[in-house]
Design a protein around this ligand. Structure first.
Ligand SMILES: Cc1ncc(COP(=O)(O)O)c(C=O)c1O
Length: 443
């Protein structure tokens, strides 16, 4: 043994790894990206009133920060780690107690046409991981899933990084993505994609929509069901913002949330093709806890398939316990959601009033913590480079907005602002943004 050890070369010779050391699969994920650089620059420099007062105000991440103190208090008041939490518990599918509470919560909030049961759920560590796992279950590497532009940017890595399913972006050409005509655009894209050799396995819709902050109504959902039925493909409805609605002065009548499960699916499609994703992250202001689930009420094979890989993305016992404690505290939730909505409404009204003062167009929203704005008149020219340059200019002035290009926006100059941010931080971020815009030109 010692002789063999003696044969080992000095440490330095190991510094240059031989090629190829990484799989081609993962090398794809390492492509440098100018858009990714901005995010990497900002991540570790984020503003915090106590620990980093001179940091960058992050209005780029879909993180609802308005009820963080209340959720933190609920967790601390109700949670104590026990030796049980140090075990594998009841396995990766999730504890029976959590799935039972989720069943009652979903039946109440999503109003499914046929009530869901606890064996229709499989847990995982967040909605993004549910998308990743489902992608793995519905297609082969190189197959595609259709999503309309603009799309939540995380879907790119959720679908492509592991399962290697292509995001096939559907240009909407002015058609509202949450309108009944949207499905026609999807059909055009499906045919085009299949002609080009990419087999389409599913349509993924975020309902309510991120980044537009509006829900799909029944008239918009039914054409998607029929389209998926026609081509025998899955419909995945990501409903993480189901409860994140707020009274918005931009709507005379608030558009209600309509879960895909609330429709009589069998009138339009084989229900086994329909799946829903939900998570704690958004409605409970807790992105960092990392827990979510698949709900697939009519497809036990899909639940089994998802289960077969969910061990790699299971939530911790601690996360399960935290969500369970909240879900079963129905009295707490009765006051939590109205308070969340009141704060969101107030923050949205404040943000949009300031946008209107500057004549900045925005897409009226009544769901999600974000608002989609149009700063195109502040770009040097109509290009992605100009959009990126403005994003950097804002970041150098210490405010970070999510730029439209990362959402596949069809127009240059869109940005997304997370208005569900504590007032002092939000005001500081907007002040910094307007100062930069003032310095560019007064159109
Ligand atoms: C539509 C949508 N789905 C999924 C996610 C990711 O959620 P999670 O943090 O639970 O993985 C986000 C986060 O912004 C989102 O907006």
């Amino acid at each position: 043994m010692s002789q063999t050890m003696g044969d080992i070369q000095p440490q330095e010779t190991f510094c240059q790894p031989p090629e190829p050391i990484l799989s081609d699969r993962v090398k794809d994920n390492l492509q440098p990206s100018k858009l990714g650089d901005l995010r990497a620059y900002c991540y570790y420099k984020q503003y915090d009133p106590k620990t980093k007062p001179d940091g960058i105000v992050a209005l780029a991440i879909a993180e609802n920060k308005l009820m963080r103190d209340e959720i933190t208090k609920h967790i601390n008041d109700n949670f104590q780690i026990t030796p049980w939490h140090l075990t594998y518990g009841e396995g990766p599918v999730g504890t029976a107690a959590l799935r039972k509470e989720l069943t009652s919560y979903v039946n109440d909030a999503f109003k499914p046409y046929i009530p869901v049961k606890d064996d229709h759920f499989c847990m995982c560590n967040g909605a993004g991981n549910a998308v990743h796992n489902l992608a793995f279950c519905v297609g082969e590497p190189g197959d595609g899933i259709l999503l309309s532009k603009p799309l939540y940017t995380g879907f790119f890595s959720d679908l492509e990084a592991g399962a290697k399913i292509k995001v096939v972006q559907v240009p909407m050409g002015g058609v509202d993505p949450v309108s009944p005509r949207a499905a026609d655009k999807f059909e055009e894209a499906l045919l085009e994609s299949e002609r080009a050799g990419t087999r389409i396995r599913a349509i993924l819709i975020p309902n309510p929509h991120n980044p537009l902050g509006r829900p799909y109504d029944e008239k918009a959902l039914i054409p998607f069901l029929r389209l998926c039925s026609k081509y025998n493909i899955h419909l995945i409805s990501d409903e993480v913002y189901a409860q994140s609605w707020f009274p918005s002065d931009d709507f005379q009548e608030l558009p209600p949330f309509k879960s895909i499960l609330s429709l009589d699916l069998k009138e339009h499609i084989n229900p086994a093709l329909v799946h829903v994703i939900y998570a704690m992250s958004k409605d409970f202001c807790a992105n960092g806890i990392r827990i979510g689930c698949l709900i697939s009420p009519f497809n036990p094979d899909m639940i089994s398939a998802f289960k077969s890989i969910t061990g790699f993305t299971r939530p911790s016992q601690l996360a399960e316990e935290v969500w369970l404690n909240l879900l079963k505290d129905k009295r707490y939730l009765e006051s939590y959601f109205p308070e969340l909505r009141e704060r969101m409404a107030d923050s949205y009204a404040y943000t949009t009033r300031r946008l209107r003062e500057y004549d900045i167009p925005y897409s009226a929203a009544s769901f999600s913590p974000c608002v989609w704005i149009d700063l195109s008149r502040y770009l040097d020219d109509d290009s992605e480079e100009a959009e990126l340059a403005l994003a950097w200019r804002l970041v150098k002035a210490k405010v970070w907005l999510a730029m439209g290009a990362i959402f596949g926006s069809e127009k240059h100059g869109n940005y997304r602002i997370t208005f569900a941010t504590p007032r002092q931080e939000l005001a500081l971020g907007l002040d910094r943004m307007f100062e930069v815009l003032d310095g560019i030109r007064k159109p």
